[in-house]
Design a protein around this ligand. Structure first.
Ligand code: B12
Length: 369
């Protein structure tokens, strides 16, 4: 790729290689996944140029490259799952978030067209062949009218104290908000599980919805996420815990996934249940994870992934772990598996957990606790 974002002969040559043994859709998915930075650069350059020429709009190249990188990765994940809907839904998601930010509605169809043109030009015919229906489904989705981003029903703040906390955080008074919740738990006006499930989690989700709807910026969302992570630690500090059950669990998100709060909430539930809990937080590379699990010989390993493209890293991580520890008990969880729960076993896990509570329930079952 040269500095103008044009595909150089070398780059094109690699992409024109014939697959040797891979099935065509898996070959396309692998090429998309491994070359998405290059495709995104070229497509973003073309979008920026066209927007200036046709709409007299000056776009930030870096932002569009990031968008197109994510969309190329999403395309790879959708192609691996043979799911047109998955790819179209992602464009709807972006369309609605752009609409909430009053962005020009002509830009996304333009970006979709340019990504399509770049892939058609760069990929060998057999790698391109499965892709046109995905672009047709996405183009059709973009033609529909943008909707106001949907309110997440699970992000509804049922408890007054959750609304109070949200207001304090929005007012940049996070200490006051945290004190309110911690005091309520200390005085037993609020149970610990309600503090986690009815206050902390809905607040996290509400900030996600507010960001999606363009009502708060990235800085506010980061401030809220950090505050809620700190609140989790403060609640853990005062929480009563059961006696040790002699079991241990390692938890991590997959390489590339920075969403670690639900993982930490899951770890908290295990700790309070008497498990020895080794929580690694976000984005641990597969080999390091396997090495850690071998050294610590824990009873259970929990791996989380939030986004569709991260499913590929989950497969690789579980393969690596199974090689190192064939009988390791493994549970997986997170948004990347929504709708695909039944696939956990095929991926090499012992089960899928839809929530931290379900992780505890499955662990009890696995170890007859
Ligand atoms: C906080 C947050 C971030 C923070 C994460 C900080 C941190 N340290 O965790 C930051 C800012 C870094 C971030 C980044 C991104 N984010 Co974000 N983020 C969120 C947010 C607001 C909250 C996540 C959360 O903790 N939710 C609370 C939990 C309880 O709810 P949940 O995630 O729905 O999880 C449920 C289940 O999936 C399951 N579960 C989830 N994880 C786990 C883990 C285990 C072990 C178990 C057992 C169960 C489980 O349990 C929950 C039900 O009880 C959500 C919005 C939302 N509605 O959740 C978006 C959200 C997850 N993010 C999203 C996106 C798109 C991104 C970015 C790509 C944005 C961007 N353009 O850069 C990046 C990706 C970064 C990366 N490579 O990982 C999308 C994902 C959509 C999708 N499925 O494709 C969401 C849903 C926002 C939205 N409304 O669209 N994000």
């Amino acid at each position: 790729m040269d500095s103008n974002g044009k595909a150089s002969e070398g780059f094109r040559g690699v992409l024109m290689m014939q697959p040797t043994s891979m099935e065509p859709t898996l070959f396309s998915a692998a090429l998309l996944r491994t070359s998405s930075q290059g495709f995104a650069s070229v497509a973003a350059g073309r979008v920026v140029e066209r927007a200036l020429e046709e709409l007299q709009l000056s776009l930030p190249f870096g932002e569009w490259k990031a968008h197109l990188y994510v969309m190329t990765q999403e395309l790879a994940a959708a192609v691996s799952d043979a799911s047109l809907v998955q790819f179209a839904n992602k464009w709807i998601w972006i369309r609605d978030s752009h609409s909430a930010r009053e962005m020009d509605p002509r830009l996304l169809p333009m970006a979709l067209e340019e990504l399509q043109a770049v892939l058609k030009d760069a990929l060998a015919p057999n790698a391109w062949e499965p892709l046109p229906p995905y672009f047709a489904a996405a183009a059709q989705a973009l033609e529909e009218h943008a909707q106001a981003p949907e309110q997440d029903s699970q992000g509804e703040l049922q408890l007054g104290i959750a609304q109070e906390l949200l207001l304090r955080i929005r007012d940049a008074k996070s200490d006051e908000g945290m004190d309110l919740v911690v005091e309520a738990v200390r005085k037993q006006e609020l149970s610990l599980s309600d503090a986690l499930d009815q206050v902390l989690v809905p607040c996290l989700r509400r900030f996600g919805s507010l960001w999606y709807a363009g009502e708060v910026g990235v800085a506010e969302e980061h401030y809220a996420t950090l505050t809620l992570g700190r609140l989790l630690e403060r609640l853990l500090f005062i929480a009563p815990r059961k006696a040790s059950n002699g079991r241990s669990v390692v938890l991590s998100t997959v390489d590339g996934d920075t969403h670690d709060i639900t993982l930490r909430i899951t770890a908290a539930h295990f700790e309070l249940e008497g498990w020895r809990t080794l929580c690694l937080g976000a984005s641990t590379p597969a080999e390091d994870l396997a090495g850690f699990c071998v050294r610590h010989q824990s009873d259970l390993f929990i791996l989380a992934a939030s986004l569709n493209p991260q499913r590929h890293a989950v497969t690789k991580t579980l393969e690596t772990l199974r090689k190192a520890l064939p009988s390791q008990k493994i549970l997986i969880g997170g948004g990347a598996f929504e709708g695909l729960e039944s696939r956990a076993k095929a991926l090499g896990a012992d089960g899928y957990c839809e929530s931290p509570q379900s992780a505890i329930a499955q662990a009890r079952q696995l170890f007859q606790l």
